[in-house]
Design a protein around this ligand. Structure first.
Ligand code: F6P
Length: 321
């Protein structure tokens, strides 16, 4: 392997820049030529591929978003699109790719490897933490801290007005943002797509906790079957005398300076990915499990359900008295 390329794909996540920097610099350290692909797989199809040097990644480790930009590519979903992408990388003599993203990114990478035999390794970059094969994904730590900051502020006003707040957080298919931010903000209930909601139990909990607290907070993951608005309406129906408000945090959760944990995670996985490629690894995602770098095949990495830890959901209930 002499020439490698790096891209970011899917939703951006804080720490992606630290990951790009690590890949570029580890490549150069190993005497490789490194290219950057703009706008994810879209840029691969359209040939938006630029050479990167050590300077091109200077002063980015602390920046949110991704300097390479990102997209969810429709064209790469077709065989013709992937064929065009393959021709573009062959033209530049690119031997291998490192893709930073989530489940969609790795699904695309698997197809590309299958059809064109391109060596690809992945790095987990998504605020949702919905990938197996790594305890945490790049961006998750920053995002949950953003949520905690926002919910703490909402708690101040909720407490002052004796209100119930339903707060919807991101997580299209995953409740991991909701779960950890819920525990750390003392939420009275957390609703996530992976588990069925027992509304009776939640209503009872809200009623019971009233004697101990003047404000109550229910965190709802965006991917929950009902969503924040419906949950807020149900609470209003059950308790017409409660003062209920809904707050949807939205894309604020995806931005901001990456936390120290995300910068270190992205740096470690960037180094590991380049070294992994040089060792002959392909079709796998580099992750960190219990402090150790491990590689997981793409088809296993995209299934995150085991990460929903019953202990975390139990903690919410126990501590919501
Ligand atoms: O993939 C991360 C994520 O933040 C999801 O939690 C959310 O559903 C989605 O991206 C929203 O992305 P967009 O608004 O960019 O389509």
């Amino acid at each position: 392997i002499k020439n490698i390329a790096v891209l970011t794909s899917g939703g951006d996540a804080p720490g992606m820049n630290a990951g790009i920097r690590a890949v570029v610099r580890t490549g150069i350290y190993n005497n490789l030529n490194v290219f950057g692909v703009r706008r994810g797989y879209d840029g691969l199809v359209k040939g938006e591929i630029v050479p990167m040097d050590a300077k091109s990644v200077a002063n980015i480790i602390q920046r949110g978003g991704t300097i390479l930009k990102t997209a969810r590519s429709e064209e790469f979903k077709s065989y013709e699109g992937r064929k065009q992408a393959y021709e573009n990388i062959k033209k530049l003599g690119i031997d291998a790719l490192i893709v930073i993203g989530g489940d969609g990114t790795f699904t695309g990478a698997s197809k590309f490897i299958e059809e064109f035999d391109v060596p690809i390794l992945g790095m987990p970059g998504t605020i949702d933490n919905d990938l197996a094969g790594t305890d945490f994904t790049i961006g998750y730590d920053t995002a949950i801290n953003t949520v905690v900051d926002a919910v703490d502020k909402i708690r101040d006003t909720a407490e002052s007005h004796d209100r119930v707040f339903v707060i919807e957080v991101m997580g299209r298919d995953s409740g991991l943002i909701a779960l950890r931010s819920g525990i750390s903000t003392g939420a009275e209930a957390v609703l996530i797509p992976e588990l069925n909601v027992d509304y009776d139990a939640i209503m009872k909990r809200l009623d019971k906790s009233r004697k101990n607290k003047s404000s109550r907070i229910i965190i709802v993951a965006e991917g929950d079957k009902e969503g924040g608005e419906v949950v807020a309406d149900k609470i209003k129906e059950n308790f017409p005398h409660y003062d209920v408000r809904l707050s949807i945090l939205g894309h604020i959760q995806r931005g901001g300076r990456p936390s120290c944990m995300d910068r270190v995670l992205a740096s470690r996985l960037g180094v590991a990915s380049v070294e992994g490629l040089l060792e002959g690894r392909r079709g796998e995602m580099a992750g960190l499990i219990c402090g150790q770098v491990q590689f997981t095949p793409f088809n296993k990495a995209i299934k995150h359900i085991d990460k929903i830890n019953e202990n975390l959901t139990r903690i919410v209930e126990i501590l919501s008295l």
